[in-house]
Design a protein around this ligand. Structure first.
Ligand SMILES: *Cc1c(COP(=O)(O)O)cnc(C)c1O
Length: 363
């Protein structure tokens, strides 16, 4: 494609061009089936093959140990904000949360509707521009779980390492950084991620849950569709799953594998993020990184300019030159380059050239 945009959208976000082309080729007729995959029963052998392949590729690429279930659920990561307390809280128990930014705050607010919430650490006093250190975490030893947001998509911060929480299950929102690097899944009781940032299109949320956490909820009145045991028992085929989204996730996973897996993604992402942060740090203060060093995200690079006017001009000029999605989230302002797995190195190179040129003209 001659005019493919330099896509820095925060989500839904860039997908690998190879995957889009493959999907286009398979769209009208899947294999020799005489129909599109989207016209087929989710209980038939052709779709089931896709469904279970996505499951096993995810296990392979993330190194998910045995004893965990992979679930495909609808409703986005936002529905997980509710499902987690609904399923993991027991009456009278406390859930612990690390307050790191916009998404953690939403998760906390949702949990407060179902029980007691204890804040294990917060970086609000630093405007959420850092991730608390592991030593700062303080939570009841009998907490139902400890929840963290692996990557704060809006602020541009990311956990560099995860805490060991012993007998307290660790729950991680990895919506915006799943598979951006290898992860030790065994540290977690539950990992969840909406697909539309690093794994595919919107419409499906991945939940990786340790089997001992799959049980009948102790809170009363939890609807069938919002119970992990419902989906786990049925291999995510309790009701009609979002077949197209899962098909796309499977294709993206095949692409990640072809690129060399999570290690290769980590190397590529470090290169991309390094290009941007080096430029920002070397700009003599013209560009200012928002997140504190040590907490910087390799997925969402947030930065500011000297004035809001200049930021507006940056957003406008960058758009005119084929860059998409660089305006920061409306809640925090500034600028943000989302550089998920599928954003090619050459897009980031082009952006750094634009940034240098913009500084020369306006610095
Ligand atoms: C985007 C995002 C969400 C919300 O995802 P939805 O699928 O839109 O509900 C939650 N957490 C994080 C970290 C995100 O980046």
């Amino acid at each position: 494609m001659a005019n493919r945009a330099y896509n820095f959208n925060a989500g839904p976000a860039a997908l690998p061009l190879e995957v889009l082309k493959q999907a286009q080729e398979q769209f009208v007729e899947y294999g020799n089936s005489g129909m599109s995959l989207m016209e087929m029963s989710h209980r038939g052998p052709i779709y089931e093959k896709v469904h279970y392949e996505a499951d096993s590729l995810l296990r392979e690429l993330l190194g998910i140990p045995s004893g965990y279930k992979v679930l495909f659920i609808q409703g986005g990561a936002s529905t997980q904000f509710a499902m987690i307390p609904m399923n993991l809280l027991t009456p009278g128990a406390t859930a612990a949360y690390v307050s790191t930014g916009s998404w953690a705050t939403k998760a906390i607010q949702e949990a407060q509707m179902f029980g007691q919430v204890s804040i294990a650490a917060s970086s609000e006093a630093d405007k959420f521009m850092r991730i608390p250190s592991i030593g700062e975490l303080n939570y009841p030893s009998d907490a139902a779980y400890l929840h963290l947001t692996s990557n704060e998509t809006i602020e541009g911060t990311q956990w560099a390492e995860y805490p060991d929480t012993g007998s307290v299950p660790l729950v991680g929102d990895m919506s915006s950084d799943i598979l951006c690097r290898p992860v030790d899944v065994s540290k977690f009781g539950l990992i969840y991620a909406g697909a539309q940032k690093n794994l595919g299109p919107s419409g499906v949320t991945i939940v990786i849950i340790r089997e001992d956490l799959i049980r009948k909820p102790e809170l009363t009145g939890v609807p069938t569709m919002l119970r992990y045991d419902t989906h786990a028992k049925a291999d995510s085929l309790y009701n009609t799953p979002p077949t197209f989204a899962i098909y796309m996730v499977n294709e993206v996973l095949k692409w990640v594998k072809s690129q060399g897996g999570a290690e290769a993604m980590a190397a590529l992402n470090a290169d991309k993020a390094g290009l941007l942060y080096n430029l920002i740090d070397g700009s003599g203060g013209f560009y200012r990184g928002c997140a504190m060093p040590g907490s910087r995200s390799i997925m969402n690079v947030t930065f500011r300019l000297g004035s809001e006017e200049l930021e507006k001009q940056f957003a406008k000029e960058s758009e005119q030159q084929g860059f998409v999605g660089l305006k920061g989230h409306r809640s925090v302002g500034g600028l943000r380059a989302s550089i998920y797995n599928a954003v090619p190195l050459e897009s980031v190179r082009a952006l750094t050239e634009f940034m240098q040129d913009f500084q020369q003209r306006n610095g």
